[in-house]
Design a protein around this ligand. Sequence first.
Ligand code: AMP
Ligand code: MG
Length: 460
Amino acid sequence: MIAFDNSYARLPEQAFTRLSATPVQDPKLRAWNAPMATQLGLAGLEDAAKTQIFSGNDVPTGAEPLAALYAGHQFGNWNPQLGDGRAILLGEVLDSQGERWDIQLKGSGPTPYSRAGDGRNWVGPALREYLISEAMHALGVPTTRALAIVTTGETVMREAPRPGAIVTRVARSHIRVGTFQVFAARGDVEALEAVMNHVIERHYPTASGPEELLVQVVAAQAELIAQWMSFGFIHGVMNTDNAHVAGDTIDYGPCAFMDAYHPGKVFSSIDQQGRYAYANQPNIGAWNMAQLATSLLPLMPDRETGIESFTEIINGFADVYQSAWRRRFGAKLGLDALDDGQVDLMGDLLKIMADKQADFTNVFRDLSGTLHLDHPDFAAWLNRWQSMAPNTAIMDAANPKLIPRNHLVEEAIQSAVYDNWELFHELNQALASPFSHISEPRFAEPPTPDQEVRQTFCGT
Ligand code: AMP
Ligand code: MG
């Protein structure tokens, strides 16, 4: 019995399509997030019920399954209609703290928004999403969560035939910048206003209208991206339909944590121009917020003053981002928020790291210990930094020992394709405490040149 309390299904009907998941042949439960299940009040479910529900074969009592409509800018190009093309929102539950969570099946079959897609998912992207989103959570980064993976017993055609899988995503909501965009573009002010009120009630209860909402979304987004930067995380598809209005990381497609540091690093095979490169993420975050502002304009009493006010709010993104970045990167050096001189200090270290293609995670982790970089400027840099009396306890809490390294995630996928989920479970367990203890030394090592994953794929 799941205690559903569905609020999205009460929005105007044009915001979604009601439909259930398409049943699958031979569902097998491969991953189950027991702590998350307990938090959601799902701990009592029998294995058979889990398998039936989280494959989409059984619609549990109280669920009101639907596919949500949204639009979005993909790589800067406007797409007037996207939506849940391979996902079904089962409904919402309130956790023990009263926090509301969406339960969504991803890979659950075609919907009216599938366009040319098959609505399915395979083991690779399902495993990536589960592992990386849970690792992000353990790092303290706001993110959607993962509850379960069920393999379907069906084959999905991609570059080659792949084993099908459904990942159950749990999220504070699935409302994106693109959810606002679709109704603004259609001139549907009724739905636009309903979505705004829903977002305010759910995520920003202190906001009294579009302006205060925008201020808070901008701040959440700037804070989030500063956190991504501090862990070397590259989202890879920062389209407006993948920009969550609550400031959570969403849609783990071709995302990756950098091993060797380079500001221009790109992993995604489809990001030919480097639009979503590591160092470009804050600019794109601000650009996405400008799209949200444009969509909120019809809700302002007066267009001209609305534009004026929103422009100022969007210009404020850079300030929030800068101070968040100074705080996060200061902690990485064991310092308070970086002052102007210390920003240069960080810049000099990053330059040395880029020259040496040093491992982003391990440089910061080893800085308080025995790090040596064979670079002409490093010794002088180290003296300068040590003269500032860095606090190693602060560093240890800011610099993880473990990140979900690409080559390990890929290795886990290769095994899972052959029904061996052991490495997935080992990695998942290790990544749950990324700052403390390294249980398995190889999980903390950067890839050797032949292990290195240079490109990642959407895998849709
Ligand atoms: P993404 O940027 O990967 O989140 O996906 C962009 C859009 O494509 C969304 O509307 C998805 O629902 C849709 N999409 C991605 N993969 C598939 C698929 N296999 N079948 C149907 N729709 C898909
Ligand atoms: Mg998406």
